[in-house]
Design a protein around this ligand. Structure first.
Ligand code: AMP
Length: 286
């Protein structure tokens, strides 16, 4: 596996591959990798001739009171996971390689970024769209792989690619969970033993929501209320939102249909966790 730290190295290698007629897949990550990330890389390995993964904790997508400084990092372990998942090149730049000190050009997206996580994380999706645009320009992949775990991000990237004519196919990959149902996340490492147990309320609530939908529920308000009641049964959980939104516009809907998104953000102690399901996707087994 090639480890590249500069934009020039990446461009040169990708140019060689393209000259040989090979297709390239990209998996952007912030590192501290787990099986969720590996699933994107394996999908890319299956669908593309060469796979590039990026490991970059992107400072401009963190708010002033967020966890940029404490975000977990372990590049050596990340390399093992990437190698096993079939990654051909990792791009692991310093912040100074990605951003000049006087950076003043950003990619921003309206409407889709105003709901769900965007409502409480000002500037977050601007940071995401900017770094992903830069990675798209650097790697020029044929396909890029994103997790449904970050469903709003997936919808936003798809829209950005359409609106800015990137000409890249965006592939959404299913949420990978722990055996007990908790969605895998680099931030799960922040949880104490008690909080880890309490965090199960997210996947249990998702499961309950899927059961209601499976039983024919299509009214957003009723579904949200039932899910809020379930979340309230866990004393350590403080829900930030439970929303039902159109699957492509991310705007709230009164009644929902296949492809729409049921999403939540919940604080367990100081840790903010998210979980969701797209209506019509297979129900999670827990
Ligand atoms: P992150 O490192 O958290 O920025 O995530 C990088 C990519 O991995 C994003 O596309 C995430 O949606 C995806 N991802 C993170 N956790 C999971 C998971 N549990 N299942 C599937 N994809 C995931």
């Amino acid at each position: 596996m090639i480890i590249a730290t500069t934009i020039d190295e990446v461009r040169k290698q990708v140019r060689e591959w393209k000259n040989e007629g090979l297709t390239v897949g990209l998996c952007p990550t912030m590192g501290f990798l787990h099986e969720g990330h590996a699933s994107l890389m394996k999908a890319s390995h299956e669908q593309c001739d060469r796979t590039v993964a990026s490991v970059f904790v992107n400072p401009i997508q963190f708010g002033p009171n967020e966890d940029l400084d404490t975000y977990p990092r372990d590049f050596e372990h990340d390399c093992k996971i990437m190698e096993e998942a079939g990654v051909d090149m990792v791009f692991h730049p310093e912040v100074s390689e990605m951003y000049e000190e006087d950076l003043c050009t950003y990619v921003d997206i309206d409407v889709l970024s105003e709901t769900l996580c965007g409502a409480s994380r000002a500037g977050h999706f601007r940071g995401v769209c900017t770094v992903v645009s830069k990675l798209f320009n650097i790697v020029t992949p044929d396909k890029a792989f994103f997790g449904k775990k970050d469903a709003q991000q997936l919808a936003i990237i798809k829209r950005m690619v359409r609106d800015l004519s990137f000409g890249i196919e965006i592939v959404g990959c299913p949420i990978v969970r722990e055996a007990d149902g908790l969605a895998k996340s680099s931030r799960n490492t922040y949880l104490s033993e008690d909080e880890r147990k309490a965090a199960l309320i997210l996947s249990k609530t998702i499961r309950m929501g899927q059961t209601l939908v499976g039983g024919g529920e299509r009214d957003s308000l009723r579904l949200r209320e039932a899910m809020m009641v379930k979340l309230a049964s866990e004393p350590l959980a403080s829900p930030e939102y439970v929303e039902v939104v159109d699957g492509s516009t991310m705007q709230p809907v009164e009644t929902f249909k296949e492809g729409d998104l049921v999403a939540m953000a919940v604080r367990i102690g100081d840790t903010r966790l998210i979980d969701n399901f797209f209506v019509g996707d297979p129900a999670i087994e827990i």
